[in-house]
Ligand binder design. Structure first.
Ligand SMILES: Cc1cc2nc3c(=O)[nH]c(=O)nc-3n(C[C@H](O)[C@H](O)[C@H](O)COP(=O)(O)OP(=O)(O)OC[C@H]3O[C@@H](n4cnc5c(N)ncnc54)[C@H](O)[C@@H]3O)c2cc1C
Length: 422
């Protein structure tokens, strides 16, 4: 075992022991160089927690996450198609614990920036020198008034956070009789994962084609056209799902008839057998005090991910006000996590952060049980305009859907889960 690996394990053991005994014991032990609290163990937060421990094991990292395991949104549409199980998209947090990240299974209820503490719903407040916030998205339920209560939200599902709703929506699809209509309502961009709804339409259609061939998928899109990989998705719909998928652009949901299982559009109501509504989205609730753009998203300094509103608070992932051409994706959140981790480690060591970071995005979409398409891009920090800009000529889209791309998709998932959690 190398020296470095032994140091990791020793640091990890100490942090774990302290974690079990709570904050009081932490204070009694040798003081860490600095304390970082990470809120949210998804693509952004888990990656940041892991990389801070890799870059500087003398920094104490505490990850606050209510869920017992990491459940991936990427690949979750294949659970709806019946081609993957919930176990296939679920990974433990034990890899991070082995790195010495203290994982606290709780929800952050407030960030006391003045007092440098994160308050929790059950446990003692956690002190920090810097806090990283990556809570994903929450929904603007007020935009669909009839959905603004727990009862309605239990009936008309979004399944846009992987977990219990993914399994529940799959059960609704299984229970739907052959000849039924599945309606997926897509909000105006920006929303989490631009190609996600179109991939979902493919996966549900693949299931219908195999198991319920008289059934239909109706995509009601608030946008004027498919927001990502349009020509590739349209070709997949024509070649693989002709007569099954119907796409209606400019079809913004204004409300939902929960009991009648219908989406209300501006001029008509569209009834469904299984209704899947994606409400408009905004930064995760715990990030609300740091929202600075359109009353929905948080702006940051792209070299450090420090909030433009408040110092010492770093924000990652879907909660961000995106830079031009930057999608809200797991790929991006993973990249934000790495750049932020390096910046936080530099700042806590009295050094300057990298002044010119680069991010890479690849979004795969499974258009059947085996075939996929992708879009990729490179984003570089522009020092004059202080934003990330897509590098001209970088990336691009797949030439065509293929099984090879399908294999790459599974490799991408295995790699990014390891990069965030191992
Ligand atoms: C169906 C679907 C398919 C997708 N497919 C892809 C894909 O193929 N490729 C891709 O790159 N992206 C994909 N995405 C997008 C990707 O899932 C998100 O962009 C990514 O998860 C964003 O990372 P995040 O860290 O911002 O949020 P998340 O990964 O959602 O993590 C947020 C975490 O914060 C926790 N949290 C929230 N509030 C609190 C709190 N108060 N206290 C403590 N913890 C809290 C949550 O429990 C959650 O674990 C897909 C999304 C969907 C819905």
């Amino acid at each position: 075992m190398s020296m470095r690996r032994r140091e990791f394990l020793a640091a990890g053991g100490a942090a774990l022991a302290a974690g079990l005994a709570g904050c009081a014991t932490l204070k009694a032990g040798p003081a860490p160089k600095a304390r970082v609290v990470v809120i949210g163990g998804g693509y952004g937060g888990a990656t940041a927690a892991r990389y801070i421990r890799i870059l500087d094991p003398a920094i104490e990292v505490t990850l606050v996450e209510p869920n017992e395991s990491f459940v991936s949104c990427p690949i979750s549409n294949m659970v709806l198609g019946g081609f993957k199980s919930m176990a296939d998209i679920t990974r433990p947090y034990s890899g991070l614990e082995r790195r010495g990240v203290r994982v606290v299974r709780d929800s952050a209820t407030a960030i006391d920036v003045e007092g440098k503490r994160v308050r929790l719903s059950r446990g003692d407040a956690l002190p920090f020198d810097r806090v990283i916030v990556s809570p994903g998205v929450d929904f603007i339920w007020e935009a669909l008034p009839a959905m603004n209560n727990a009862d309605a939200q239990g009936q008309v599902l979004h399944a846009w956070k992987a977990g219990a709703q993914t399994a529940a929506l799959r059960r609704q699809l299984e229970a739907m009789p052959d000849g039924g209509v599945y309606v997926l309502s897509v909000p105006e961009a920006p929303y989490r994962c631009p190609p996600g709804p179109y991939e979902r339409a493919c996966q549900v259609a693949a299931y219908f084609k195999r198991a319920k061939p008289r059934s239909k998928v109706l995509l009601l899109d608030a946008n004027a056209d498919v927001t990502s990989k349009g020509p590739l998705f349209k070709k997949a719909w024509a070649d693989l799902y002709k007569g099954i998928i119907e796409y209606r652009p400019n079809s913004k949901a204004t409300d939902v008839d929960v009991r009648g299982r219908a989406v209300k559009l501006e001029f008509d109501d569209v009834r469904a057998d299984v209704l899947n509504v994606l409400p408009p989205m905004k930064a995760g609730t715990i990030a609300t005090p740091f929202i600075t753009a359109n009353r929905r998203w948080c702006e940051v300094d792209w070299t450090t991910y420090e909030s433009k509103a408040v110092k010492l608070v770093h924000i990652l992932g879907d909660s961000l006000q995106i830079a031009p051409a930057m999608p809200k994706s797991g790929s991006m959140a993973n990249g934000h996590g790495k750049v932020c981790a390096a910046a936080v480690v530099a700042l806590l060591n009295g050094q300057a952060a990298n002044a010119s970071p680069t991010l890479i995005n690849t979004c795969y979409s499974m258009v059947s049980d085996t075939q996929a398409i992708h879009v990729a891009s490179v984003h570089k920090y522009d020092e004059r305009d202080r934003t990330m800009k897509a590098v001209p000529g970088s990336g691009g889209v797949s030439a065509a859907m293929s099984e090879l791309e399908g294999a790459y998709t599974m490799n991408w998932a295995a790699n990014i889960w390891a990069d965030a959690l191992s």
